[in-house]
Design a binder for this molecule. Structure first.
Ligand SMILES: Nc1ncnc2c1ncn2[C@@H]1O[C@H](COP(=O)(O)OP(=O)(O)OP(=O)(O)O)[C@@H](O)[C@H]1O
Ligand SMILES: [Mg+2]
Length: 782
């Protein structure tokens, strides 16, 4: 069985489309790398800005420092010049001494010294030998000399071309007094290179450019290409850009190079000190760092992607293995252990495998349970079927039993009434025969004999019917069935004829039973005749006896008809044509026969059935068409000695009469009573008659001690029956004898008494001889 396919995600429900693992991992990598890159760029920009402002600050302070340094140099020169100007020799006009002093200073300093008058003529100069005069100094010199004398303080010139050297020069002058006339100056002629030292001392950074421009916009000094530019006019934008004493701006040269420019002003000279650096310095740094950041970022991204790819492969591998496992699960196979490089997947795999084997074992359990259930069901069905069959069988048995009961009651009732009638008929015919015997009329005698014969056969029929309805007057005794059968062998051989082979199989140590031996003989004869009839061509007939212990289980198979216990079975088997089931079901019914009219009455098995039941036994028939039939009779075991039960009165023989004994006859049927009374009177007995129990009791009291015998029917009209009447009679006169007569024998108390020998019974119908024999027997017996 396959699990149902999972439902496709419903896009209408707003769920995002599922993406591949690679997509998720790539997004994850980008999600980490991109912000890092942005952050790095942000840092780089910040860095650039701070570098720029740092550069600007450095440039500004450098410009300031250079301007101050230039002023300091100028102050130094000025101090030297003032010392010379105040020298006593000069004041006296002693130029020779002064010249010597000036040459001493010149030897230590890097500039030439001269003394000039207002006309611009040098009175003495260290550049010249003493006594040499220099005339016509340039106008710039004369101008500065004039300013110094007028202001009476030092003055510094712009750059001009020196008279002697013809090279750019700067003059620093201080006023001097010679011979009390303050109309002279002492000047120092300084080459601009003098200031280069200042720039050098400043140790400018690489790429920086420092420049000083005088008041007219001419280069005084440059840190680079000084020679090329000194004394030349600076480009106007450089001059004009500086609008304050100090400041900063960005400059773009004609060839497109941008620079950051800082400027400041020398306080003593008014020169402009300019320090610049190309923007490319910081741009390069920025570019470098951006490059580094971008490079690093790219490297990181590549690394991250590579790592993500490795992770992706591992996850994919794990997922694939899990998928494979899931597929084999779907196909009903248990996957083996699923090794994956990722622990969590490994765990899921283990859970899957565990769940699969759980599922498998549960499936196995379920299959087992289903199989067990199926077996149970089949068992149950079989048992239900068996129970139903058993039930049907029991019901059929019950129906059969009830039917037999009903038919028995009906036939019993009819037979009983018939018995009374027959008693009258036979009794009177018997007396009639005695009378006609003296008349010597053979025809009359024949008529009476024929009537007696008919009545006798009717009595036989009635007794068979009574036997079926279990109302045969039984005269049971303890019997050994083997002995009884052996005693019957002659009779049987004669009855069965030569074509039938008779065999017996008699069990040794057979238990004894209590039955009416005559009726058992008659039953066996019936069965033997049936067997013979089923084998018209002749065959074998077997008579078997056996001890049978009927267990609870065996009793079940007999239905309710046989209690568990010990029985003797007597079986009659033939190899005849057998019976089909529909015949077998009806054979016990009285008058049921398959034999042609006149050959069978259908009362044989009915009689056997009634007799067996009445004896507390059971009868079974096993029959198979064309194979044969076995009829088996069961009788309860009885351990008492054989023949213990008192024999009934002899059935035949010459009647004896106990002289003039007084007999009380109690009979509610007037015709039976009349026949009985006349038969007894004729035989010489004295008789009293009573139709019911009350009248009988009265007679018993009236003739107490005189009545020798009470002859009473068991069934009486009125409240009393024969039994209670007999009890009362014995109470009144204990010596009285009792003889019962009845058509029934199901009275248990009567049967018990008879077994004990305390009651004698004459079965109806009876003739005169039977009556007289029974009466004599009862009067004799004690
Ligand atoms: N041994 C047997 N083999 C085959 N059928 C039998 C056997 N015993 C009895 N039957 C059948 O049972 C029927 C009834 O038997 P049952 O002895 O009650 O009456 P009957 O033999 O027909 O007449 P009756 O015995 O009164 O002369 C018989 O007609 C016969 O069909
Ligand atoms: Mg028969």
């Amino acid at each position: 069985m396959h699990a149902p396919q999972p439902a496709q995600p419903d896009s209408a429900a707003g769920r995002t489309r599922p993406r591949t693992l690679s997509f998720h991992l790539f997004s994850f990598g980008l999600g980490i790398v991109l912000p890092a890159l942005f952050f790095a760029v942000f840092i780089a920009v910040q860095y650039y800005a701070s570098e720029r402002s740092r550069l600007e600050d450095s440039l500004r302070s450098e410009a300031r420092a250079l301007a101050t340094a230039i002023d300091r140099e100028i102050v130094g020169v000025t101090t030297t010049l003032e010392a010379l100007a105040t020298a006593p020799a000069l004041k006296r006009g002693d130029l020779a001494t002064f010249y010597q002093q000036a040459q001493d200073v010149r030897a230590e300093q890097n500039f030439h010294i001269s003394v000039r008058d207002l006309s611009g003529t040098a009175l003495t100069a260290t550049r010249l030998p003493f006594g040499g005069r220099l005339e016509n100094n340039p106008v710039e010199v004369r101008e500065i000399d004039r300013i110094a004398i007028q202001s009476d303080r030092r003055a510094v010139s712009d750059v001009f071309l020196g008279l002697v050297t013809g090279r750019p020069t700067v003059q620093i002058v201080v006023p001097a007094t010679i011979e009390s006339r303050r109309e002279y100056v002492v000047g120092a002629s300084i080459a601009p290179e003098f200031f280069q030292e200042v720039l050098q001392r400043a140790r400018l950074q690489d790429g920086w450019l420092a420049t000083a421009i005088d008041g007219r916009g001419v280069f005084v000094v440059r840190s680079h290409q000084h020679e090329e530019f000194v004394g030349k006019k600076a480009p106007p934008h450089l001059v004009n850009a500086a609008v304050r004493s100090a400041g900063l701006y960005e400059d773009r040269s004609p060839d497109g190079i941008s620079s950051v420019v800082a400027y400041d002003t020398s306080q003593l000279t008014g020169w402009r000190v300019i320090v610049s650096a190309p923007v490319s310095i910081i741009d390069d740094a920025l570019r470098r760092s951006v490059l580094v950041v971008v490079g690093l970022g790219a490297l990181l991204a590549v690394l991250a992607l590579a790592l993500a790819d490795v992770v992706r492969r591992r996850i994919l591998k794990s997922v694939e293995r899990l998928q494979t496992a899931a597929h084999s699960l779907r196909d009903g196979r248990i996957p083996p252990h699923i090794p994956t490089p990722i622990k969590e997947f490994d765990d899921v795999g283990s859970i899957l495998v565990g769940a699969a084997s759980d599922l498998r074992s549960r499936e196995r359990e379920r299959d087992l349970a289903e199989a067990a259930l199926k077996r149970l069901n089949e068992n149950l069905e079989r048992r239900v079927e068996a129970a139903m069959k058993e039930q049907e069988h029991a019901e059929a048995q019950l129906r059969q039993l009830q039917k037999m009961e009903a038919v028995g009651q009906l036939t019993g009732g009819i037979a009983h009434d018939f018995n009374n009638l027959l008693t009258v008929v036979i009794g009177n015919l018997g007396m009639l025969r005695n009378r006609v015997a003296h008349l010597d009329d053979p025809r009359l005698i024949r008529n009476v004999e024929a009537a007696l014969d008919g009545a006798g056969r009717a009595a036989q029929l009635t007794s068979r019917l009574l036997a079926f309805s279990r109302q045969s007057p039984l005269q049971p005794s303890v019997v050994n069935a083997n002995r009884l059968i052996t005693g019957m062998m002659d009779l049987l051989t004669r009855t069965l004829g030569e074509t039938i082979q008779l065999e017996t199989e008699l069990s040794e140590h057979l238990w004894r039973i209590e039955v009416d031996p005559h009726l058992l003989e008659s039953a066996l004869l019936n069965l033997a005749v049936n067997a013979r009839d089923s084998m018209p061509e002749g065959g074998r007939l077997r008579l078997c006896t056996a001890n049978v212990s009927v267990s609870e289980a065996l009793a079940q198979t007999f239905g309710k008809e046989l209690q568990p216990g010990e029985y003797v079975s007597v079986a009659v088997s033939d190899a005849g044509h057998g019976m089909p089931p529909d015949v077998k079901a009806r054979v016990f019914e009285p008058f049921y026969t398959t034999k042609p009219v006149g050959q069978g009455t259908g009362l044989g098995l009915a009689q056997v059935y009634g007799f067996v039941k009445q004896s507390g036994g059971h009868i079974t028939i096993d029959s198979e068409v064309d194979c044969g039939t076995t009829v088996r009779l069961y009788f309860p075991r009885d351990d008492r000695a054989e023949g213990v039960v008192a024999e009934g009165p002899p059935r035949k023989g010459v009647p004896r009469v106990v002289a003039d004994a007084l007999i009380l006859v109690v009979e509610d049927d007037p015709r039976v009573s009349e026949f009985t009374l006349s038969a007894l009177k004729e035989a010489g007995y004295r008789v009293l008659a009573a139709p019911d129990g009350v009248a009988a009791l009265q007679a018993l009291q009236d003739h107490r001690g005189d009545i020798r015998l009470l002859f009473t029917d068991m069934v009486l009209s009125g409240a009393m029956n024969g039994r209670t009447l007999a009890d009362e009679a014995v109470r009144l006169s204990p010596a009285i004898k009792v003889l019962f007569t009845t058509g029934y024998t199901q009275d248990k108390v009567l049967a018990e008494r008879r077994r004990e020998g305390s009651a004698q019974v004459l079965s109806k119908p009876f003739d005169g001889i039977q009556l007289l024999n029974a009466i004599a027997h009862a009067l004799d017996g004690s």
